[in-house]
Design a binder for this molecule. Structure first.
Ligand code: NAD
Length: 385
């Protein structure tokens, strides 16, 4: 079987990469850019900075600032209307995964008929979208390097996972200085999201030698830098390491896959609006424990790569250390349990069956080293609560 690898055709990585927004738009021969962002990032002045950079290159811009965390189909349609009203021919997303994913949705709806729901799943988008330049401000989702968008279908309360090479940004400006303002909880949630991407890409049934290398590099960077970025938010070395890890995590999982953690995490986000990285973090230790016997030597390599186990430990011992290490990482980063997020046991139990069905329908659990049935997913949800 051959491995197919898609990454953006142009990646700029380093401090002040954002300043290349004008140069990249010119390379793409664009005249009017839709800047897609959220109210916090607009208020921080970052979208104004991009707009000034574009105007210095003679390129017009309009800003759409209504992206909400865990974006919905309505956010995408509102952004599409702004794009059409202003005749934009290109998009620049400035923000976290939510802004980048919204821009991806707008980009493909601008050139395809139908709704995002028609494109849910794998490889179902007929035409390429308008070009997108992604400028991440969280070191987490890696969306700047993925052919994936995750948008909530508000009619069905489902976070739709759409994967298609047409969703890949044309360029990514990976500038760690934009992440220095992240508060501790956000740093923790998006940092464990990155770790989950690296681990799931590595243990997935769709892993390949190319994604293995990138996934292990991502995991090693998280092991080295996440606690430092959380303890000392102004630590530039740690922020730079986590930004690189995030982009590598995105490249790894989008060309391998995510697995059971993501499959179970999206329904929690759709039902209870728990931030995506947080719901991953809450599930990662329990789902890893469930999955370990399906890929013991791979999980042992993850433990060694994170520095949790020595090379001469047995795989079984290393896997035990991995579970302990993931639990203590959550504790150190003050990641709460599901029961501590204002979700009552009754509310949670009443939707576990729907969540298990939605998890299986997403396709992600089927890539897991051990493929669970609906009852096993329900038990995992209840144990993680
Ligand atoms: P986000 O984009 O939802 O942002 C969360 C909050 O952080 C927002 O209020 C935002 O304003 C704020 N924020 C962003 N950057 C900041 C900064 N530098 N300083 C301070 N605050 C900042 O968060 P996210 O975790 O990056 O994205 C989550 C979304 O990404 C989810 O919808 C998830 O499903 C999706 N996702 C997509 C992919 C993909 O490949 N497309 C991968 C993983 C997750």
């Amino acid at each position: 079987m051959t491995a197919r690898i898609n990454i953006p055709s142009s990646l700029h990585i380093g401090a002040n990469a954002i300043d290349l927004a004008g140069q990249e738009s010119r390379r793409l021969r664009r005249k009017h850019v839709l800047i897609v962002s959220d109210p916090f990032i607009v208020g921080s002045g970052l979208t104004g900075r991009v707009s000034d950079i574009l105007s210095a290159e003679g390129i017009a811009s309009t800003t759409f600032s209504d992206v909400q965390p865990d974006p919905t189909d309505r956010n995408v349609l509102d952004g599409l209307a702004t794009l059409k009203e202003n005749g934009c021919d290109c998009l620049i997303a400035v923000g976290g995964g939510s802004s980048i994913d919204t821009a991806k949705g707008i980009s493909v709806l601008a050139t395809n008929s139908g709704s995002l729901f028609d494109f849910m799943g794998y490889g179902r988008i007929p035409e390429a979208g308008l070009p997108l330049i992604a400028v991440p401000t969280t070191a987490g989702t890696g969306s700047e390097c993925t052919k994936v968008t995750v948008i909530t279908d508000t009619d069905r309360d489902v976070k739709m996972m759409i994967l298609d090479p047409h969703l890949l940004p044309a360029a990514a400006l990976v500038d760690y200085t934009l992440t220095m303002s992240m508060p501790k909880p956000l740093t923790a949630h998006v940092g464990v999201d990155t770790l989950t991407h690296g681990i799931e890409a590595y243990v997935s049934k769709k892993a390949s030698p190319m994604t293995d290398t990138i996934a292990l590099s991502c995991i090693a960077l998280v092991g080295r830098h996440l606690r430092d970025a959380w303890n000392d938010p102004k630590n530039e070395i740690a922020r730079e390491g986590m930004m690189l890890a995030a982009s590598q995590g995105g490249m790894a999982f989008a060309n391998s896959s995510v697995c059971l953690v993501h499959g179970m995490s999206r329904p929690i986000g759709a039902m209870f609006h728990v931030p995506h990285g947080l719901s991953n973090a809450m599930l990662l230790p329990a789902v890893t424990e469930f999955s370990i016997h399906g890929a013991m030597s791979r999980y042992a390599t993850v433990a060694r790569t994170l520095g949790l186990s020595r090379g001469n430990d047995s795989d079984e011992h290393a896997c035990g250390k991995l579970i302990e290490g993931l639990l203590s990482l959550n504790e150190d980063l003050e990641v709460p349990q599901i029961s501590e997020c204002g979700i009552s046991q009754e509310q949670f139990s009443s939707v576990v069956e729907k969540m298990a069905g939605d998890a299986l329908a997403s396709g992600s659990p089927q890539n897991n080293p051990i493929v669970p049935d609906a009852d096993e997913i329900i038990s995992l949800y209840l144990n993680a609560y």
